[in-house]
Design a protein around this ligand. Structure first.
Ligand code: AMP
Ligand code: GLY
Length: 427
Protein backbone atom coordinates (compact mmCIF):
# COMPACT_ATOMS: atom_id res chain seq x y z
CA UNK A 1 0.00 0.00 0.00
CA UNK A 2 1.22 3.45 -0.90
CA UNK A 3 -0.14 5.84 1.70
CA UNK A 4 -0.44 9.61 2.03
CA UNK A 5 -1.18 10.91 5.52
CA UNK A 6 -2.31 14.50 5.98
CA UNK A 7 -1.30 16.43 9.10
CA UNK A 8 1.77 17.24 11.11
CA UNK A 9 1.13 16.80 14.83
CA UNK A 10 1.59 14.13 17.47
CA UNK A 11 -1.52 12.40 16.17
CA UNK A 12 0.01 12.05 12.73
CA UNK A 13 3.36 10.82 14.05
CA UNK A 14 1.46 8.16 16.00
CA UNK A 15 -0.57 7.18 12.91
CA UNK A 16 2.60 7.04 10.80
CA UNK A 17 4.39 4.97 13.47
CA UNK A 18 1.50 2.50 13.54
CA UNK A 19 1.35 2.30 9.73
CA UNK A 20 5.07 1.53 9.68
CA UNK A 21 4.46 -1.60 11.78
CA UNK A 22 2.48 -3.16 8.94
CA UNK A 23 4.37 -5.19 6.35
CA UNK A 24 1.67 -4.19 3.86
CA UNK A 25 3.04 -0.64 3.74
CA UNK A 26 5.23 0.01 0.71
CA UNK A 27 5.50 3.83 0.77
CA UNK A 28 4.48 6.49 3.28
CA UNK A 29 4.26 10.21 2.62
CA UNK A 30 3.22 12.73 5.28
CA UNK A 31 2.10 16.27 4.49
CA UNK A 32 3.44 18.41 6.07
CA UNK A 33 4.71 16.06 8.83
CA UNK A 34 7.30 16.93 11.49
CA UNK A 35 10.76 15.74 12.55
CA UNK A 36 9.22 12.54 13.92
CA UNK A 37 7.56 11.57 10.65
CA UNK A 38 10.65 12.75 8.75
CA UNK A 39 12.60 9.94 10.41
CA UNK A 40 10.19 7.18 9.34
CA UNK A 41 8.46 8.50 6.20
CA UNK A 42 8.83 11.10 3.45
CA UNK A 43 7.59 14.54 4.45
CA UNK A 44 5.98 16.60 1.70
CA UNK A 45 5.37 20.35 1.86
CA UNK A 46 1.74 20.38 0.68
CA UNK A 47 -0.70 22.96 2.09
CA UNK A 48 -3.69 21.05 3.49
CA UNK A 49 -6.23 23.42 1.90
CA UNK A 50 -4.72 23.07 -1.59
CA UNK A 51 -6.76 20.10 -2.80
CA UNK A 52 -5.61 20.33 -6.46
CA UNK A 53 -1.95 20.17 -5.35
CA UNK A 54 -2.69 17.21 -3.06
CA UNK A 55 -4.52 15.46 -5.92
CA UNK A 56 -1.65 15.97 -8.37
CA UNK A 57 0.85 14.68 -5.82
CA UNK A 58 -1.26 11.58 -5.20
CA UNK A 59 -1.64 10.86 -8.89
CA UNK A 60 2.09 11.27 -9.46
CA UNK A 61 3.01 8.94 -6.59
CA UNK A 62 0.28 6.36 -7.23
CA UNK A 63 -1.23 6.65 -3.76
CA UNK A 64 -3.60 3.80 -2.82
CA UNK A 65 -4.78 5.05 0.58
CA UNK A 66 -5.28 8.58 1.90
CA UNK A 67 -5.55 9.06 5.66
CA UNK A 68 -6.76 12.49 6.74
CA UNK A 69 -5.53 13.42 10.25
CA UNK A 70 -7.13 16.80 11.08
CA UNK A 71 -10.73 17.95 10.61
CA UNK A 72 -10.26 21.02 8.42
CA UNK A 73 -9.68 19.28 5.07
CA UNK A 74 -12.62 16.95 5.83
CA UNK A 75 -15.01 19.76 6.71
CA UNK A 76 -13.79 21.57 3.58
CA UNK A 77 -14.69 18.51 1.50
CA UNK A 78 -11.43 16.85 0.46
CA UNK A 79 -13.14 13.48 0.06
CA UNK A 80 -15.86 14.89 -2.21
CA UNK A 81 -13.24 16.78 -4.23
CA UNK A 82 -11.15 13.66 -4.87
CA UNK A 83 -14.13 11.43 -5.59
CA UNK A 84 -15.11 13.69 -8.47
CA UNK A 85 -11.73 13.13 -10.12
CA UNK A 86 -11.59 10.09 -12.43
CA UNK A 87 -7.93 9.52 -11.50
CA UNK A 88 -9.07 8.45 -8.02
CA UNK A 89 -11.81 5.96 -8.83
CA UNK A 90 -9.96 3.26 -6.83
CA UNK A 91 -8.49 5.48 -4.12
CA UNK A 92 -9.24 4.41 -0.54
CA UNK A 93 -9.89 7.32 1.83
CA UNK A 94 -10.09 7.37 5.61
CA UNK A 95 -12.20 10.39 6.51
CA UNK A 96 -15.81 11.31 5.78
CA UNK A 97 -17.13 13.58 3.05
CA UNK A 98 -18.55 17.01 3.76
CA UNK A 99 -21.97 15.58 4.64
CA UNK A 100 -20.44 13.51 7.46
CA UNK A 101 -17.76 15.97 8.57
CA UNK A 102 -20.47 18.49 9.40
CA UNK A 103 -21.00 16.46 12.61
CA UNK A 104 -17.86 18.29 13.78
CA UNK A 105 -18.17 21.32 11.51
CA UNK A 106 -21.50 22.47 12.92
CA UNK A 107 -22.51 22.07 16.56
CA UNK A 108 -26.09 22.94 15.61
CA UNK A 109 -26.13 20.13 13.05
CA UNK A 110 -24.70 17.71 15.64
CA UNK A 111 -27.39 18.68 18.19
CA UNK A 112 -30.19 18.27 15.64
CA UNK A 113 -28.73 14.91 14.63
CA UNK A 114 -28.64 13.70 18.24
CA UNK A 115 -32.19 14.89 18.91
CA UNK A 116 -33.44 13.21 15.72
CA UNK A 117 -31.87 9.89 16.68
CA UNK A 118 -32.53 9.91 20.42
CA UNK A 119 -28.85 10.12 21.40
CA UNK A 120 -28.36 11.46 24.94
CA UNK A 121 -26.98 15.01 25.02
CA UNK A 122 -27.58 18.24 26.94
CA UNK A 123 -30.70 20.31 26.23
CA UNK A 124 -29.97 23.26 23.95
CA UNK A 125 -31.14 26.16 21.85
CA UNK A 126 -29.46 27.46 18.69
CA UNK A 127 -29.42 31.24 18.42
CA UNK A 128 -28.83 33.57 15.46
CA UNK A 129 -28.53 37.39 15.51
CA UNK A 130 -32.28 37.55 14.75
CA UNK A 131 -33.16 35.43 17.79
CA UNK A 132 -30.73 37.01 20.28
CA UNK A 133 -33.50 38.13 22.65
CA UNK A 134 -35.01 34.63 22.75
CA UNK A 135 -31.54 33.22 23.40
CA UNK A 136 -30.97 35.60 26.30
CA UNK A 137 -34.38 34.63 27.66
CA UNK A 138 -33.49 30.91 27.35
CA UNK A 139 -30.27 31.56 29.31
CA UNK A 140 -32.33 33.03 32.14
CA UNK A 141 -34.28 29.76 32.44
CA UNK A 142 -31.07 27.74 32.97
CA UNK A 143 -29.02 27.15 36.09
CA UNK A 144 -25.38 28.34 36.03
CA UNK A 145 -22.82 27.64 34.73
CA UNK A 146 -23.88 28.67 31.22
CA UNK A 147 -22.39 26.97 28.16
CA UNK A 148 -22.06 28.94 24.89
CA UNK A 149 -20.65 27.27 21.78
CA UNK A 150 -19.76 28.80 18.44
CA UNK A 151 -21.53 26.67 15.82
CA UNK A 152 -18.56 26.36 13.45
CA UNK A 153 -14.89 25.38 13.73
CA UNK A 154 -13.05 27.83 15.99
CA UNK A 155 -9.70 26.06 16.50
CA UNK A 156 -10.86 24.62 19.83
CA UNK A 157 -11.55 28.06 21.29
CA UNK A 158 -15.26 28.46 20.54
CA UNK A 159 -16.72 27.25 23.85
CA UNK A 160 -17.35 29.61 26.78
CA UNK A 161 -18.47 28.42 30.21
CA UNK A 162 -19.64 31.29 32.39
CA UNK A 163 -21.02 31.51 35.91
CA UNK A 164 -22.78 34.86 35.69
CA UNK A 165 -26.08 35.22 33.80
CA UNK A 166 -25.51 38.85 32.75
CA UNK A 167 -22.04 38.02 31.47
CA UNK A 168 -23.40 35.01 29.55
CA UNK A 169 -26.09 37.18 27.94
CA UNK A 170 -23.48 39.77 26.95
CA UNK A 171 -21.10 37.14 25.59
CA UNK A 172 -23.93 35.65 23.56
CA UNK A 173 -24.43 39.03 21.88
CA UNK A 174 -20.67 39.40 21.29
CA UNK A 175 -20.37 35.93 19.79
CA UNK A 176 -23.28 36.58 17.43
CA UNK A 177 -21.68 39.80 16.30
CA UNK A 178 -18.49 38.03 15.24
CA UNK A 179 -16.32 37.30 18.29
CA UNK A 180 -15.22 34.05 16.59
CA UNK A 181 -15.79 35.32 13.04
CA UNK A 182 -18.30 33.40 10.96
CA UNK A 183 -17.93 30.38 13.29
CA UNK A 184 -20.12 32.17 15.83
CA UNK A 185 -22.73 33.55 13.42
CA UNK A 186 -24.82 30.89 15.12
CA UNK A 187 -24.38 29.96 18.77
CA UNK A 188 -25.52 26.83 20.58
CA UNK A 189 -26.57 27.44 24.19
CA UNK A 190 -26.37 24.21 26.13
CA UNK A 191 -27.39 22.99 29.54
CA UNK A 192 -24.36 22.36 31.72
CA UNK A 193 -23.55 18.71 32.34
CA UNK A 194 -21.74 18.04 35.62
CA UNK A 195 -19.58 14.93 35.56
CA UNK A 196 -16.29 13.53 34.39
CA UNK A 197 -15.23 13.64 30.74
CA UNK A 198 -14.17 10.66 28.69
CA UNK A 199 -13.58 10.15 24.99
CA UNK A 200 -14.35 7.03 23.01
CA UNK A 201 -12.90 6.31 19.57
CA UNK A 202 -14.34 4.19 16.80
CA UNK A 203 -13.73 3.51 13.14
CA UNK A 204 -16.60 2.83 10.75
CA UNK A 205 -17.18 1.91 7.12
CA UNK A 206 -20.70 3.32 7.36
CA UNK A 207 -22.28 -0.05 8.19
CA UNK A 208 -20.14 -1.65 10.87
CA UNK A 209 -17.86 -0.15 13.47
CA UNK A 210 -14.98 -1.15 15.72
CA UNK A 211 -14.38 0.52 19.05
CA UNK A 212 -10.72 1.49 19.35
CA UNK A 213 -10.89 2.30 23.05
CA UNK A 214 -11.50 5.03 25.56
CA UNK A 215 -9.17 7.81 26.64
CA UNK A 216 -9.11 10.74 29.00
CA UNK A 217 -7.45 13.95 27.97
CA UNK A 218 -6.09 16.74 30.21
CA UNK A 219 -6.92 20.01 28.49
CA UNK A 220 -5.80 22.72 30.91
CA UNK A 221 -2.25 24.02 30.99
CA UNK A 222 -1.92 23.90 34.79
CA UNK A 223 -1.84 21.11 37.33
CA UNK A 224 -5.14 20.34 39.03
CA UNK A 225 -6.89 21.34 35.76
CA UNK A 226 -6.16 25.04 36.22
CA UNK A 227 -5.40 27.84 33.76
CA UNK A 228 -5.98 28.18 30.04
CA UNK A 229 -7.27 25.51 27.71
CA UNK A 230 -4.74 23.79 25.45
CA UNK A 231 -4.93 21.20 22.69
CA UNK A 232 -4.28 18.59 25.39
CA UNK A 233 -1.45 18.10 27.90
CA UNK A 234 -1.61 14.33 28.31
CA UNK A 235 -3.89 11.35 28.01
CA UNK A 236 -4.47 7.85 29.33
CA UNK A 237 -6.15 4.79 27.83
CA UNK A 238 -8.21 2.90 28.83
CA UNK A 239 -10.10 5.01 31.35
CA UNK A 240 -10.45 3.01 34.59
CA UNK A 241 -13.95 4.24 35.50
CA UNK A 242 -15.30 3.13 32.12
CA UNK A 243 -16.36 -0.32 33.30
CA UNK A 244 -18.32 -2.88 31.32
CA UNK A 245 -21.70 -1.42 32.28
CA UNK A 246 -20.70 2.10 31.26
CA UNK A 247 -19.10 0.91 28.02
CA UNK A 248 -22.23 -1.04 27.14
CA UNK A 249 -24.35 2.09 27.63
CA UNK A 250 -21.96 4.05 25.41
CA UNK A 251 -22.18 1.47 22.68
CA UNK A 252 -25.94 0.90 22.84
CA UNK A 253 -27.10 4.47 23.42
CA UNK A 254 -24.47 6.43 21.53
CA UNK A 255 -22.17 4.59 19.14
CA UNK A 256 -24.68 2.28 17.47
CA UNK A 257 -27.43 4.93 17.16
CA UNK A 258 -24.88 7.33 15.66
CA UNK A 259 -23.81 4.88 12.94
CA UNK A 260 -27.44 3.91 12.29
CA UNK A 261 -28.47 7.57 12.32
CA UNK A 262 -25.87 8.44 9.70
CA UNK A 263 -27.18 5.65 7.49
CA UNK A 264 -30.79 6.63 8.06
CA UNK A 265 -29.92 10.20 7.06
CA UNK A 266 -28.25 8.95 3.88
CA UNK A 267 -24.78 10.04 4.99
CA UNK A 268 -22.13 7.64 3.72
CA UNK A 269 -19.55 7.87 6.51
CA UNK A 270 -16.13 6.23 6.37
CA UNK A 271 -13.48 7.11 8.90
CA UNK A 272 -12.85 7.72 12.56
CA UNK A 273 -15.46 8.94 15.00
CA UNK A 274 -14.43 10.59 18.25
CA UNK A 275 -17.19 10.72 20.84
CA UNK A 276 -16.53 13.40 23.46
CA UNK A 277 -18.66 12.26 26.39
CA UNK A 278 -19.64 13.33 29.87
CA UNK A 279 -20.16 10.59 32.44
CA UNK A 280 -22.88 12.01 34.64
CA UNK A 281 -23.44 9.65 37.56
CA UNK A 282 -22.75 6.62 35.35
CA UNK A 283 -24.87 7.85 32.42
CA UNK A 284 -23.08 8.87 29.20
CA UNK A 285 -24.01 12.07 27.32
CA UNK A 286 -22.44 13.37 24.12
CA UNK A 287 -20.67 16.72 24.47
CA UNK A 288 -19.29 16.73 20.96
CA UNK A 289 -18.55 14.65 17.91
CA UNK A 290 -15.24 14.87 16.11
CA UNK A 291 -14.70 13.26 12.73
CA UNK A 292 -11.04 12.43 13.32
CA UNK A 293 -8.84 10.98 16.02
CA UNK A 294 -7.90 13.10 19.05
CA UNK A 295 -4.53 14.59 19.82
CA UNK A 296 -2.96 13.52 22.24
CA UNK A 297 -5.50 10.66 22.58
CA UNK A 298 -4.17 8.94 19.42
CA UNK A 299 -0.80 8.67 21.15
CA UNK A 300 -2.38 6.34 23.76
CA UNK A 301 -5.09 4.65 21.68
CA UNK A 302 -3.02 3.47 18.70
CA UNK A 303 -0.14 1.94 20.70
CA UNK A 304 -2.76 -0.40 22.24
CA UNK A 305 -3.99 -1.58 18.83
CA UNK A 306 -2.70 -5.08 18.03
CA UNK A 307 -4.57 -5.51 14.75
CA UNK A 308 -2.59 -4.73 11.59
CA UNK A 309 -3.39 -1.05 11.01
CA UNK A 310 -3.33 -1.24 7.22
CA UNK A 311 -5.70 -4.22 7.28
CA UNK A 312 -8.03 -2.22 9.52
CA UNK A 313 -7.91 0.97 7.43
CA UNK A 314 -8.25 -0.82 4.10
CA UNK A 315 -11.22 -2.82 5.41
CA UNK A 316 -12.88 0.37 6.69
CA UNK A 317 -12.24 2.27 3.46
CA UNK A 318 -13.57 -0.55 1.30
CA UNK A 319 -16.73 -1.36 3.27
CA UNK A 320 -15.41 -4.65 4.67
CA UNK A 321 -14.91 -3.74 8.32
CA UNK A 322 -17.02 -6.71 9.48
CA UNK A 323 -14.25 -9.02 8.21
CA UNK A 324 -11.65 -7.64 10.62
CA UNK A 325 -11.32 -8.68 14.24
CA UNK A 326 -9.93 -6.05 16.53
CA UNK A 327 -7.41 -6.88 19.25
CA UNK A 328 -6.28 -4.37 21.88
CA UNK A 329 -3.42 -4.53 24.39
CA UNK A 330 -4.89 -4.92 27.88
CA UNK A 331 -2.25 -2.72 29.47
CA UNK A 332 -2.56 0.97 30.21
CA UNK A 333 -0.96 3.44 27.88
CA UNK A 334 -0.24 7.01 28.99
CA UNK A 335 1.21 10.02 27.30
CA UNK A 336 2.59 13.24 28.78
CA UNK A 337 2.88 16.23 26.47
CA UNK A 338 5.98 18.40 26.73
CA UNK A 339 5.28 21.98 25.64
CA UNK A 340 7.24 25.15 24.95
CA UNK A 341 7.24 27.62 27.87
CA UNK A 342 4.47 30.21 27.40
CA UNK A 343 2.12 27.88 25.51
CA UNK A 344 -0.87 28.24 24.94
CA UNK A 345 0.02 31.93 24.70
CA UNK A 346 3.21 33.25 23.04
CA UNK A 347 6.15 30.82 22.95
CA UNK A 348 9.51 30.45 21.20
CA UNK A 349 10.23 28.22 18.24
CA UNK A 350 13.51 26.90 16.88
CA UNK A 351 15.07 25.73 20.17
CA UNK A 352 17.20 22.56 19.85
CA UNK A 353 15.87 19.44 21.59
CA UNK A 354 18.43 17.19 23.28
CA UNK A 355 18.35 13.80 24.94
CA UNK A 356 15.90 12.05 22.60
CA UNK A 357 18.43 9.24 22.06
CA UNK A 358 18.51 8.56 25.80
CA UNK A 359 14.82 7.63 25.98
CA UNK A 360 14.24 3.98 26.91
CA UNK A 361 10.99 2.09 27.17
CA UNK A 362 8.74 4.90 25.91
CA UNK A 363 7.86 6.12 22.44
CA UNK A 364 8.39 9.81 21.84
CA UNK A 365 5.81 11.12 19.39
CA UNK A 366 6.78 14.44 17.85
CA UNK A 367 4.16 17.17 17.68
CA UNK A 368 5.65 20.65 17.08
CA UNK A 369 9.14 19.75 15.86
CA UNK A 370 11.12 20.08 12.65
CA UNK A 371 14.50 18.91 11.42
CA UNK A 372 17.18 21.52 10.93
CA UNK A 373 20.75 20.68 9.86
CA UNK A 374 20.73 17.23 11.47
CA UNK A 375 19.16 18.58 14.67
CA UNK A 376 15.61 18.44 15.93
CA UNK A 377 14.24 21.81 16.99
CA UNK A 378 10.96 22.98 18.49
CA UNK A 379 8.39 24.22 15.98
CA UNK A 380 5.13 24.52 17.92
CA UNK A 381 3.53 24.89 21.34
CA UNK A 382 3.00 21.22 21.98
CA UNK A 383 6.42 19.77 21.16
CA UNK A 384 6.53 16.08 22.16
CA UNK A 385 4.18 13.43 23.56
CA UNK A 386 5.97 10.74 25.55
CA UNK A 387 3.92 7.51 25.56
CA UNK A 388 4.45 4.45 27.76
CA UNK A 389 2.78 1.18 28.70
CA UNK A 390 2.25 -0.17 32.21
CA UNK A 391 0.30 -2.82 34.07
CA UNK A 392 -1.10 0.10 36.08
CA UNK A 393 -1.63 3.73 35.19
CA UNK A 394 0.93 4.68 37.79
CA UNK A 395 3.59 2.42 36.28
CA UNK A 396 2.97 3.76 32.76
CA UNK A 397 3.07 7.37 33.94
CA UNK A 398 6.28 6.83 35.91
CA UNK A 399 7.90 5.55 32.73
CA UNK A 400 6.76 8.61 30.76
CA UNK A 401 8.03 10.98 33.47
CA UNK A 402 11.36 9.17 33.81
CA UNK A 403 11.98 9.55 30.10
CA UNK A 404 10.91 13.21 30.06
CA UNK A 405 13.67 13.84 32.63
CA UNK A 406 16.18 12.72 29.96
CA UNK A 407 14.91 15.23 27.40
CA UNK A 408 15.68 18.92 27.38
CA UNK A 409 14.97 22.11 25.48
CA UNK A 410 14.77 25.74 26.53
CA UNK A 411 11.84 26.50 28.88
CA UNK A 412 10.17 23.12 28.52
CA UNK A 413 7.06 22.54 30.61
CA UNK A 414 4.80 19.57 31.31
CA UNK A 415 2.10 18.68 33.82
CA UNK A 416 3.21 16.34 36.58
CA UNK A 417 -0.32 15.23 37.48
CA UNK A 418 -1.55 13.47 34.32
CA UNK A 419 -3.85 10.58 35.24
CA UNK A 420 -3.54 11.21 38.96
CA UNK A 421 -7.30 11.81 39.39
CA UNK A 422 -7.89 8.28 38.08
CA UNK A 423 -5.64 6.33 40.46
CA UNK A 424 -8.50 6.00 42.93
CA UNK A 425 -10.51 3.95 40.44
CA UNK A 426 -8.14 1.02 40.22
CA UNK A 427 -5.20 1.14 42.58
P1 AMP B 1 -16.28 21.13 23.10
O1 AMP B 1 -15.45 21.97 22.19
O2 AMP B 1 -17.71 21.00 22.70
O3 AMP B 1 -15.61 19.82 23.42
O4 AMP B 1 -16.28 21.88 24.51
C1 AMP B 1 -15.06 22.19 25.15
C2 AMP B 1 -15.14 21.78 26.60
O5 AMP B 1 -16.20 22.47 27.26
C3 AMP B 1 -15.46 20.31 26.78
O6 AMP B 1 -14.34 19.50 26.69
C4 AMP B 1 -16.06 20.31 28.16
O7 AMP B 1 -15.06 20.35 29.15
C5 AMP B 1 -16.80 21.62 28.21
N1 AMP B 1 -18.21 21.45 27.88
C6 AMP B 1 -18.77 21.53 26.66
N2 AMP B 1 -20.10 21.34 26.72
C7 AMP B 1 -20.41 21.18 28.01
C8 AMP B 1 -21.62 20.95 28.71
N3 AMP B 1 -22.80 20.90 28.09
N4 AMP B 1 -21.55 20.80 30.05
C9 AMP B 1 -20.37 20.87 30.69
N5 AMP B 1 -19.20 21.09 30.09
C10 AMP B 1 -19.20 21.23 28.76
N1 GLY C 1 -7.55 16.42 22.52
C1 GLY C 1 -8.79 16.86 22.04
C2 GLY C 1 -8.95 16.86 20.60
O1 GLY C 1 -8.18 16.29 19.85
O2 GLY C 1 -9.92 17.44 20.13
Amino acid sequence: MRVLLLGGGGREHAIAWKLKQSDKLSALYVAPGNAGTDAIAVNVALPLHDFPAIADFMAEKGIDLLVVGPEDPLVAGIRDFLKEDARFADLLIIGPGKAGAILEGSKDFAKQFMMRHGIPTAGYMTVTPETLAAGQEYLSTLQPPYVLKADGLAAGKGVLILNDLREAQQELALMLSGKFGTASARVVIEEYLAGIEISVFAITDGKDYKILGSAKDYKRIGEGDSGLNTGGMGAVSPVPFADETFNRKVEERIIRPTIEGLRADGIDYCGFLFFGLMNKGGEPFVIEYNVRMGDPETEVVLPRLKTDFIDLLVAAASGRLSEVSLALDERFCTTVVVVAGGYPEAYEKGNPISGLERVEGSVVFHAGTCSRENAVVTNGGRVLAVSSFGQTLHEALQQSYENISRIDFKDLYFRRDIGRDLFKYHE
